[in-house]
Design a protein around this ligand. Structure first.
Ligand SMILES: Nc1ncnc2c1ncn2[C@@H]1O[C@H](COP(=O)(O)OP(=O)(O)OP(=O)(O)O)[C@@H](O)[C@H]1O
Length: 323
């Protein structure tokens, strides 16, 4: 049963047409001419309860605009959105209780209040029973290590601390769906890992549905089984991460440390460096086990590994192909 249903979703923005020549700025302000930008152009998808979906695309593709319609902040030009059976921009307060939202660039916490007070206020706004609030605070406090900065005003928190606070705030009232918009932007490796571990655990333990927008494809590799790729407002791919790699980057590379390997049947030598040789092969036509056996039978090998294509290079290739 889908928890998010999006059908023929369109969002157009209209703005004064930019004027050229002398006094262009002022004339742009005064003109009645309008230019229409179709940011989301007929998007369809559904998300099942408990899925973790990466909603990806290049800058300006229409990701944030879609998420804003899913969360009820923006009203579409046409099309329908149902989230947990309701229309987000019409049933705003009902929707707000079903979803948690974390925008990496903005905070929903009160800037001047200590994190502890922000969390308490949110628990009151969402009618979280106080014993439950205390249990959540303990649980999130441990997993996200909030203790050292619970009493610090939000404005004094580092970006990583603030993000952990925002995640705790978004999940205090147990929403079914969590929207994450660039949750790890600007964070160091350790902070990124902590956030990913928290989100993964939420999904496993509570079946929280996660829709993740990010430019950091490690977030996607670690958390999502499925990707919706959007480009110029349209869905360019919707399916499993592995299928995407298989379709757009079917080759693997066998890297061998050896002496004197010139060629081997079923693979192409694509690079040599020192004693290392990179052999590109298609795993459907040349099963990896057979290739490895053939190399080992003919050469003295001291090291060997098989390299999968990186999601990043696959996605770059798709964008490049689409122009
Ligand atoms: N309020 C607005 N008024 C006019 N145009 C807008 C508005 N919001 C977004 N757009 C335009 O709609 C298009 C899609 O923007 P959107 O923010 O959804 O992209 P995005 O995929 O989230 O990009 P990014 O990765 O850079 O955040 C862009 O061309 C943007 O300039």
């Amino acid at each position: 049963m889908p928890v998010i249903e999006v059908a023929d979703l369109v969002k157009e923005f209209s703005r004064p047409t930019r004027q050229e020549g002398a006094f262009a700025g002022v004339r742009t302000l005064l003109t009645r001419e309008r230019t229409v930008k179709r940011a989301v152009d007929g998007v369809n998808f559904t998300v099942r309860q408990g899925e973790m979906v990466g909603y990806l695309g290049p800058n300006g593709a229409g990701k944030s605009t879609t998420i804003k319609m899913l969360t009820g902040i923006l009203v579409p030009t046409s099309g329908t959105v149902r989230v947990a059976g309701a229309t987000p921009w019409r049933d705003r307060s009902r929707n707000a209780r079903r979803i948690g939202v974390v925008f990496g660039q903005r905070s929903q916490l009160w800037w001047d209040l200590p994190l502890r007070d922000s969390l308490w206020l949110i628990s009151r706004l969402y009618d979280v029973p106080q014993d439950r609030f205390r249990a959540k605070q303990r649980q999130f406090g441990e997993v996200l290590d909030l203790g050292p900065f619970l009493d610090t005003p939000v404005r004094q928190l580092s970006l990583g601390q603030r993000m952990r606070g925002d995640l705790a705030a978004a999940m205090l009232y147990d929403p079914d769906i969590l929207y994450l918009d660039e949750p790890t932007v600007g964070l160091d490796v350790v902070a990124k890992e902590r956030i990913r571990a928290f989100v993964g655990e939420l999904n496993r333990a509570s079946g929280t549905t996660v829709v993740l927008t990010t430019h950091d494809l490690d977030d996607v590799e670690e958390l999502c089984d499925r990707i919706i790729l959007i480009d110029h407002g349209k869905v360019a791919y919707d399916g499993a991460v592995d299928e995407l790699k298989a379709r757009y980057a079917p080759h693997r590379e066998l890297v061998v440390q050896t002496d004197g390997l010139e060629s081997v049947e079923g693979a192409e030598v694509v690079r040599r460096e020192g004693g290392k040789v990179w052999l590109r092969f298609d795993p459907v036509r040349t099963p990896p086990a057979e290739l490895v056996a053939a190399v080992l039978a003919q050469h003295r090998v001291t090291d060997l590994s098989i390299v999968e294509p990186e999601l990043e290079s696959v996605i770059h290739r798709i964008y490049a192909d689409r122009g």
